[in-house]
Design a protein around this ligand. Structure first.
Ligand SMILES: Nc1nc2c(ncn2[C@@H]2O[C@H](COP(=O)(O)OP(=O)(O)O)[C@@H](O)[C@H]2O)c(=O)[nH]1
Ligand SMILES: [Mg+2]
Length: 219
């Protein structure tokens, strides 16, 4: 597993760079999925579970973006994915140019699905298009059902919301219906998947949706 050091891109238009990534990835038939959430919400745990469940069906790569360490890239590689660790030089998000450089360093040929585990926070990653074909946000039960009120942009930009750690719901005052209503008010088309990466609850629906998105991307 490789590590790459990245700096912010200097190109004028992040949106144009992101669009060209989407066009190239569509031609290759490789779906790039950008995963965004707070630190500790369960991105790497969810990815490891998805990789274990889908690795016999689909070739999966994961780019782990963090300020330091390579622990997450090691975890997803142990689960069975091709992986690379990207260090963001202190930056709180990945931009399109950084995503391109990480993909080139990892190599995406013949992969069906490439995940970008973005830097953990609910603010900056929502502001920069990475070129992903799909954006997925993860919100965990312990974070609270008020997050759509506080960080609306990320909910607006996401194609799917995974509400994870459902196995802990008896210990927290998380109102699932209220949360879903708040999210749908921001983004009526968003797909919502309540899951637990620990117990496996809800994982089939999420994985079926991912597989359908891969199939659509290859059309
Ligand atoms: N109970 C429970 N704990 C979880 C679940 N998913 C992740 N965790 C725990 O949450 C912590 C942070 O998980 P991690 O995947 O590293 O989060 P990340 O920082 O978003 O990548 C770890 O202690 C995980 O074991 C889950 O579905 N249920
Ligand atoms: Mg992680």
């Amino acid at each position: 597993m490789k590590t790459i050091e990245l700096n912010a891109s200097v190109t004028a238009s992040n949106d144009a760079d992101a669009d060209s990534i989407r066009i190239e990835m569509k031609k290759k038939g490789t779906l790039l999925v950008n995963l965004m959430s707070s630190p500790g919400s369960g991105k790497t745990t969810l990815l490891s579970r998805i990789i274990k469940d889908l690795k016999d069906e689909k070739k999966i790569g994961v780019m782990e973006a963090d300020i330091a360490s390579d622990v997450d890239a090691q975890r997803v590689e142990d689960a069975g994915a091709k992986s690379i660790q990207a260090h963001t030089d202190g930056m709180c998000h990945m931009d399109a140019g950084m995503t391109r450089r990480a993909m080139e360093a990892m190599g995406t040929d013949n992969l069906d699905l490439v995940f970008l585990e973005n830097v953990g926070n609910l603010i900056c990653p929502a502001e920069f298009d990475t070129g992903a074909g799909k954006n997925i946000m993860i919100l965990s039960i312990p974070e609270g059902d008020d997050k759509p009120l506080k960080y609306p942009l990320m909910f607006e930009k996401s194609d799917a919301l995974v509400i994870t750690k459902m196995d802990t719901k008896d210990y927290f005052d998380f109102d699932l219906d209220k949360c879903i209503e708040r999210v749908k008010r921001l983004n009526k088309d968003i797909e919502i998947f309540p899951v637990s990466a620990k117990s496996g609850e809800g994982m089939d629906d999420l994985e079926d949706w991912l597989l359908s998105q891969v199939a659509l991307w290859k059309e």
